[in-house]
Design a binder for this molecule. Sequence first.
Ligand code: NI
Length: 179
Amino acid sequence: MAIVPIYKYPSKVLKKTAGKVENINGSTAGMLNDMVDTMYAANGIGLAAPQVGMLERAIVIDYDPENRGKNLFKIINPAVVEAEGEATREEGCLSVVNYSAEVTRAAKVLVRGWGIDQKEVEIEADDLLAVCLQHEIDHLDGTLFLDHISRLKRELYRKRLKKQSAQAPSDDRGKVPAI
Ligand code: NI
């Protein structure tokens, strides 16, 4: 078990595109376990490998903090293969300190990827799980939820962040889950 540092916006690694995992092996399993430990320690409900500096297509999601482990997903090379509808929800991110914003995404998605057992997985999701999957898969392509909001809002956040960075870091997103 290891808790690793989470890179925060505007860190450059968060803008990079992650590469496909070619071999699912012990080191992939170790990375995913570290990501789960790190997500739990940070009280998040999702984490993508680039957020911990690993440019590999791997994500973890556990969207029910009251029942840790019950709805835990570890997905390798995930991709949205079908999407429908639209839904708007307030999102936060473990890599975006002290900020949340409403983001509109597909309401329902079908995601395919691979499990650590080297078996293909298919997940049909709506509601919060659909948000988590799209948010994490975005991370693999260097996209943050900030890229889905208006330029003006993003600039205001960037300015506020600069002011805050001189002070002690605090993180308060209220009740918005960090994905
Ligand atoms: Ni995120």
